[in-house]
Design a protein around this ligand. Structure first.
Ligand code: NAP
Length: 450
């Protein structure tokens, strides 16, 4: 029986574990957080309960008898890749894309400029983000980027606290949303309406908000040559265009907030002396190679908060190769490449394998491909000596690492349900590391050994 460590318990990691259980393997799923499910817990917007409900499927996969969850274990710092190889026949890294891309413009370091991923982490109650990180005393906010994350943060900024009261967002986040001064949210796309990355379903939701009008300038929906070409090759893009056109014709209802969807504008500087006071935007055009270029025509948009939502980026895992340009671990169909050659025993899946693209389900196919490669290598992997399954637990205990196992996670879930009960809500996230670890430890039955 192969012993495999999966590093990361987001969708890619869990799908990889599930695929491994279909063969002859025992699997440990390690995560640096005490909680499983990665971006399903800490990325999917709280007002998307249907997408979030995928966690019950992931939960069942992690409850498979051949799978163990080892939370609160950070690979690269608390245990190295080299040490992992002593305890496992193979490792699959599914660490995702943990950091965000920057704009690289003057003023980006001003307070009042933050990443969308930080904002998402805040409203999702991620323990690495301080719960007082955002105050929402800006009247105008720019969201830079035209992907589904930009749509998510725009929607949450536009919502009222009441819209989210029955979700698991922390009470502090609800209070900030309740006292939010935000009136105008500008979603800024550097390309035209048929080149935006967001999907029609997500786009449409903006138009259904009870608290905000959507403002679209019909002139910005006119297609240039690049737009016409795009529409001819990607007819699906028409759906976004149709939604946008319907909003351009729709009278405003006079809601307290406005979402302005703007196209062919790129930020060139954040303005302000010590605080963010605006964003300088340059009109763009798309050249014959499909690249965005500036026209030299600029204007200043007064905003007090800028959220850049221009994509995530993978983080190198110490001890493994890394492609700095692509932000991924170089691989061939999931086999890690060292000096261009596939390595037997080292694999990747998910965003760290292919980059930050696709929906949750994309990771299933992706993980299956990786696990198929691993099983194809099984004869070579099984040449290694037989390993004691608990060797890793002894090692972690010797290092004084407080592993949060499945029972510990279930105890966190119970504590969050209790927090919800106290607040008159169904479930509320615990947002601090210490409190999560306390909740996990309190629930572990005495003498369970883990
Ligand atoms: P994304 O889809 O790659 O979008 C990034 C956006 O940033 C693009 O519009 C890109 O424009 C723009 N951009 C990049 N660099 C820029 C710059 N320097 N200045 C201005 N704009 C810039 O990334 P994402 O929104 O982070 O989403 C990541 C993945 O998660 C996607 O696959 C997404 O569909 C998925 N996701 C799905 C959901 C959902 O299904 N509900 C929710 C959230 C996320 P260009 O196109 O011009 O490069």
């Amino acid at each position: 029986m192969l012993q495999v460590a999966v590093i990361g318990s987001g969708p890619a990691g869990v799908y990889a574990a599930a695929a491994l259980t279909k063969g002859d393997a025992r699997v440990d799923v390690l995560d640096r957080l005490p909680c499983p499910f990665g971006l399903v817990r800490y990325g999917v917007a709280p007002d998307h309960p249907k997408i979030k409900s995928i966690s019950s499927t992931l939960k069942q996969m992690l409850e498979h008898p051949a799978v163990r969850f080892l939370g609160n274990v950070e690979v690269g710092t608390q245990i190295t890749v080299e040490q992992l190889h002593r305890y496992y026949d193979a490792i699959i890294v599914t660490s995702g894309a943990a950091i965000d891309r920057h704009l690289g413009i003057p003023g980006e370091e001003l307070p009042g400029v933050a990443s969308a991923s930080d904002f998402v982490a805040w409203y999702c109650g991620h323990p690495d983000t301080a719960i007082d990180r955002f105050t929402l005393d800006a009247r105008s906010v720019a969201v830079v980027g035209a992907g589904n994350v930009a749509i998510d943060v725009t929607r949450i900024l536009a919502r009222s606290a009441d819209d989210l009261r029955q979700t698991d967002v922390p009470a502090r986040v609800l209070r900030v949303l309740d006292s939010s001064l935000v009136e105008d949210i500008y979603l800024l796309a550097r390309r035209g309406p048929v080149q935006a990355k967001f999907t029609p379903k997500e786009l449409r939701e903006l138009g259904d908000l009870t608290n905000a009008d959507v403002v679209v300038d019909p002139r910005e929906l006119e297609l240039d040559d690049a737009g016409q070409r795009r529409l001819a090759t990607e007819p699906a893009m028409r759906r976004n265009l149709e939604v946008l056109r319907s909003w351009a014709e729709r009278p405003l209802a006079g809601h307290p907030r406005r979402i302005h969807l703007r196209f062919r504008l790129r930020p060139v500087a954040v303005l302000g002396d010590g605080v963010t006071a605006g964003l300088r935007l340059e009109r763009t055009k798309i050249d014959e190679n499909g690249s965005v270029t500036g026209t030299g025509s600029t204007y200043d948009l007064p905003v007090q908060l800028v959220l850049r939502s221009v994509g995530y980026r993978g983080l190198a895992v110490p001890g493994l190769p890394f492609d700095q340009d692509a932000g991924v671990i170089p691989n061939a169909a999931g086999r890690v490449l060292r000096a261009g050659k596939p390595v037997v025993g080292e694999y990747v899946a998910g965003w760290i394998k292919r980059g930050p693209t696709g929906v949750i389900g994309t990771n299933k196919h992706d993980a299956n491909e990786t696990v198929a490669a691993l099983f194809a290598d099984a004869p070579l992997l099984q040449a290694a000596p037989v390993r004691a399954p608990d060797g890793i637990l002894d090692f972690l205990a010797e290092q004084g690492i407080e592993v949060v196992n499945w029972q510990g996670w279930c105890a966190i879930e119970r504590a969050e349900a209790e927090l919800g009960r106290v607040q008159g809500r169904s479930q509320v996230k615990i947002t601090e590391w210490a409190a999560l670890l306390r909740a996990a430890a309190d629930g572990v039955p005495t003498g369970s050994g883990m």
